[in-house]
Write a protein that binds this ligand. Structure first.
Ligand code: TYM
Length: 331
């Protein structure tokens, strides 16, 4: 039996957070053992909002290096940069022509990102059609993401189904894969908001490359709830519950075990210990990251990844063009 295909991507649009790690990257690492996995640095998505070109270039290589530092193995997974495989833009356009204004207008990520802005790019609006292209190009079975991407995945399935009905069976319908805990890690300063690399307040998040001191400071300032009890209760104690999820996933201990370990010990000790767990988790990742980022090998690895990805993408694209009736001389 052929291995199941997995595809996912992360935007190189800021410092990667613990939310990206616990919600997405950790799943990527597990899945590469059993699936035919494609992991992409989605730089075309990043330019839906203004980016400094020099910084973007660096961030693409930073994120690719982080992929490897957290445990993605370029011999097991196909790691590449979206704009290196031009089929993403090409299919993105065709899918834009099969997506409806109404369904794109309902996307909450678009509404949140567009809110209060004087100028919003057309690309920010059509962003989900490009995301659908990323996924459908690889005939993907599973897409590991955090909860905020679930709506985009539903839209991807709708577009794929519509396309298949109109032009004949072309795309596999992908399924979303989310962590039971960790699909929505919340901000340290406000447990009603998700932890995000684009939040203007850096105290709201742990970044993967934060120093031990920064981690300790951010944790000591993290908001907690009114009583002193370390108990998992997302409705009444959202801040502590979020920290419990982070602790549980980082230390690989159940929430129940943590609740009994910290019974009667208060928030101070709990937050101090959590900071140490995070330092222990992130330090080896950071050491590998520095080594890879400085090795000069990352661009070669990405080139090999793009060559592999392009083969799959080109085969889908050829079929799509034929189905839609496009092309003059090539088909
Ligand atoms: P991005 O770059 O915003 O986030 C990357 C991944 O991290 C997850 N995530 C979180 N998970 C848990 N808690 C959080 N606080 C948290 N914040 C972010 C996201 O859900 C995501 O899985 N549109 C995508 C990128 C993309 C993509 C794709 C993903 C483009 N094409 C194709 C999958 C397949 C995005 O903006 O992710």
């Amino acid at each position: 039996m052929t291995r199941r295909r997995v595809f996912s991507g992360i935007q190189p649009s800021g410092q990667i957070t613990l939310g990206n790690y616990l919600g997405a990257l950790k799943q990527f690492v597990h899945l590469q053992e059993e699936a035919d996995a494609y992991y992409c640095v989605v730089d075309l998505h990043a330019i839906t909002v203004p980016q400094d070109p020099k910084l973007l270039r660096e961030r693409i290589l930073d994120l690719a290096s982080l992929y490897i530092a957290v445990g993605l193995d370029p011999h097991k997974s196909t790691l590449f940069v979206q704009s290196d495989v031009s089929e993403h833009s090409e299919l993105g356009w065709i899918l834009q022509c099969n997506a409806h204004m109404g369904e794109l207008s309902r996307m909450t990520q678009y509404k949140e990102k567009a809110e209060g802005k004087e100028h919003v790019s057309v690309g920010l609006f059509t962003y989900p059609a490009l995301m659908a292209a990323d996924i459908l190009l690889y005939q993907t079975n599973f897409v590991p993401v955090g909860e905020d991407q679930k709506q985009h995945l539903e839209l991807t399935r709708d577009i794929a189904e519509r396309f298949n009905n109109r032009f004949g069976e072309t795309f596999v319908l992908p399924e979303v894969l989310m962590m039971e805990q960790g699909a929505r890690i919340m901000s340290l300063d406000d447990p009603t908001k998700k932890m995000s690399k684009s939040n203007p307040n850096p105290q709201s998040r742990i970044e993967m490359l934060d120093t031990p001191d920064a981690i300790r400071k951010k944790l000591s300032r993290a908001v907690t709830d009114s009583d002193r009890e370390v108990r998992f209760d997302p409705v009444n104690k959202p801040a502590v519950s979020n920290l419990l999820v982070i602790y549980s996933l980082s230390a690989d201990k159940s929430i129940q075990t943590l609740e009994s370990e910290y019974q009667g010990r208060g928030y101070g000790e709990f937050k101090k210990d959590l900071a140490e767990v995070l330092v222990e988790t992130l330090t080896p990742i950071q050491e590998r990251y520095t080594q890879i980022r400085n090795s000069g090998e990352i661009q070669d690895l990405l080139k090999q990844g793009a060559d592999r990805a392009r083969q799959v993408a080109a085969a889908t694209m050829e079929r799509v063009k034929r189905q839609v009736g496009l092309g003059g001389t090539t088909l």
